[in-house]
Design a protein around this ligand. Structure first.
Ligand code: HEC
Ligand code: HEC
Length: 167
């Protein structure tokens, strides 16, 4: 009889609570995280910084990284990506305003966890969190003909242009 009158144990209650709150998390996990990195929509930035590779989403690096990159486009990873001063300023303003630590982009800042803004990285592919996400990709896969390096995001992420990297 007493079974029906005793209130549910705190443990059971907690279990239920956890179950209820796990449902949205599970749904997210199945969708691969469902994170979006807002893509570059500025036409000038897209044209200039999307000519040789994906116009990387600005939220993937801190503002200090974009400033550093824009500061020396002539020596850009072995390429000359220089533009005139006015264009560089416009591109820099856009990238800095939309950088991962410029507010608003939650997942962007998660990718930047533990990243130094004093000695900012020049590469997204150097971020500890990026490397962690790609730990299962083998050296052989990076070197494959259709990939040719870590910076070629769209080779594996078909929707990279739209800011989606979860497939
Ligand atoms: C003339 C070609 C060219 C242009 C134009 C260019 N880049 Fe690059 N970029 C490269 C090359 C080459 C690499 C190195 C790719 C690699 O390591 O596989 C690179 C790498 C990068 C990386 C690092 C990628 C990583 O490994 O995480 C960033 C960030 C980047 N570029 C930003 C920019 C920005 C911002 C612009 C526009 C101002 C720009 N790039 C314009 C050629 C270019
Ligand atoms: C050789 C293929 C390959 C290349 C090239 C590649 N990735 Fe990935 N990426 C993967 C795999 C595999 C995963 C882990 C599985 C998954 O979550 O889709 C992943 C996961 C990710 C994730 C985590 C997705 C999430 O929401 O959980 C991000 C963000 C990401 N990649 C960004 C990038 C960026 C930016 C570039 C280019 C600088 C890049 N990747 C280049 C294969 C690649």
């Amino acid at each position: 009889m007493t079974r029906f009158t005793t209130p549910p144990s705190p443990a059971l209650f907690l279990g239920l609570l956890v179950a209820v709150f796990s449902i949205p998390l599970l749904k997210n996990a199945q969708a691969g995280g469902g994170h979006t990195f807002p893509p570059v929509i500025d036409r000038l930035v897209k044209a200039e910084c999307g000519a040789c590779h994906l116009a990387f989403p600005p939220s993937m690096l801190p503002a200090a990284s974009w400033r550093r990159l824009l500061g020396d486009l002539r020596n850009h990873f072995g390429d000359d990506a220089s533009v005139d001063a006015g264009t560089a300023t416009r591109i820099g303003d856009y990238l800095v305003a939309n950088a991962g630590d410029s507010g608003g982009q939650r997942y962007g800042s998660r990718l930047l966890r533990g990243v130094s803004t004093v000695n900012p990285p020049l590469r997204i592919t150097e971020l500890p969190k990026w490397q962690q996400e790609h730990r299962k990709v083998s050296e052989r896969e990076w070197r494959q003909k259709n990939v040719r390096g870590k910076a070629n995001c769209p080779a594996c992420h078909a929707d990279a242009e739209r800011g989606r990297f979860d497939d």
